[in-house]
Design a protein around this ligand. Structure first.
Ligand SMILES: *Cc1c(COP(=O)(O)O)cnc(C)c1O
Length: 348
């Protein structure tokens, strides 16, 4: 979901941004109007997340998936090994891509428990010569989320924050790099945000294309080529909206309450279930199954009749998944829980 207030503002400004007579889509990305929009979005994101000047903030294209190869290309810096934690479908994809560039040491692997829990750090095997450690704080498909930031000492920590960025405050200084596709918890597709420590820039694998070098984008304010201007603008409206909601502390309180309610409803019934270890349940993506999967279709159909949409689980997992990102109001979660109770009463 996107906040209604954001879409209304975009609608108001669609044909004429701030009396310029131009739509944002019609502006030159290097013109004074668009420069203002771009700079404000970056400043607001820095304020929301507390990002210091030690970090570059980039607005890129190619999604989170393009970062999978760009990370080893940019961050190996002469080393041969990278450490990866495997906690779900997205970390598995990142690992497959990294293997084309380096030795991948798997620190911990949740494959055998079907990505329902994460081993304790005492059982992890971090290597001592890794160029970086990569992990996925929230696995969007399996609904498995780290409760804490892993402690990896001085080795740069890289996080795919695609589905949990801005859901709560996070200490950016603990990371070498954070990246996130915008389409989950920020707004429109077509944009990927990269937050990278400046001292990590520039030492790329030989043969790295100019466009795949983070330094290219850092040196050019993400305008080495034409950025995804409209997505960047809409992301900026969302940042502004988040500030008005009280920032990330306020979002954390709301998001935690939303998730707790939904898990309580699932755990309180024999009809619905969620297999994820309670310590590592996602605040953002709540997968659940019905006791009888023959009822799945009926569940989705009747939910849609009440405007409860896109609840179908990922094709790898089946069942249902409620993605309750920042813009999903608490009322929306209440409506889902009421529907689930009613459906259980009729079919349980
Ligand atoms: C959706 C998602 C991706 C892929 O994002 P794209 O922008 O489509 O490439 C990667 N990682 C995580 C955690 C995701 O949720």
């Amino acid at each position: 979901m996107l906040p209604d207030a954001v879409m209304q503002k975009a609608q108001q400004e669609m044909l004429d941004w701030n009396g310029t007579g131009m739509s944002v889509m019609e502006m030159s990305h290097r013109g004074p109007e668009y420069t203002k929009i771009a700079e404000k979005a970056e400043a607001d994101l820095r304020e929301l997340m507390g990002i210091s000047d030690d970090y570059a903030v980039l607005f890129l294209q190619g999604g989170a998936s393009l970062q999978f190869p760009m990370i080893p290309m940019n961050l190996l810096r002469g080393k041969k090994t990278a450490d990866y934690l495997n906690t779900g479908a997205w970390s598995t994809k990142a690992i497959a891509e990294a293997k084309q560039f380096c030795q991948v040491n798997i620190v911990t692997d949740s494959t055998a428990n079907h990505f329902t829990t994460i081993a304790d750090p005492e059982q992890w095997s971090l290597s001592n010569d890794a160029a970086y450690v990569h992990y996925t704080p929230n696995e969007t498909i399996h609904g498995l989320e780290f409760a804490d930031i892993p402690d990896v000492g001085d080795i740069p920590l890289v996080a795919d924050l695609s589905s949990t960025i801005l859901s709560r405050p996070i200490d950016v200084s603990k990371f070498g790099m954070i990246y996130a596709g915008a389409q989950k918890n920020i707004g429109p597709a077509g944009l990927c945000i990269v937050i990278i420590r400046k001292d990590l820039l520039g030492d790329v694998l030989p043969g790295t294309p100019t466009m795949l070098n983070y330094k290219t984008h850092a040196d050019n304010g993400s305008m080495f080529n034409t950025p995804a201007t409209y997505s960047w603008y809409l992301a900026g409206l969302v940042f502004d909206w988040l500030k008005q909601q009280g920032g990330l502390e306020a979002m954390a309180e709301l998001n935690q309450r939303k998730a707790a309610k939904l898990y309580a409803a699932i755990d309180g019934s024999d009809f619905y279930s969620n297999p994820v270890d309670i310590r590592y349940r996602s605040w953002m993506n709540v997968p659940f199954t019905l006791a009888d999967d023959k009822l799945d279709k009926q569940f989705l159909q009747q939910a849609a009749e009440q405007n409860l949409l896109t609840l179908k689980g990922h094709r790898d997992l089946g069942g249902m998944r409620a993605s309750i990102y920042n813009a999903m109001p608490e009322d929306g979660v209440d409506a889902l829980i009421n529907f689930m109770n009613e459906f259980e009463r009729k079919n349980g």
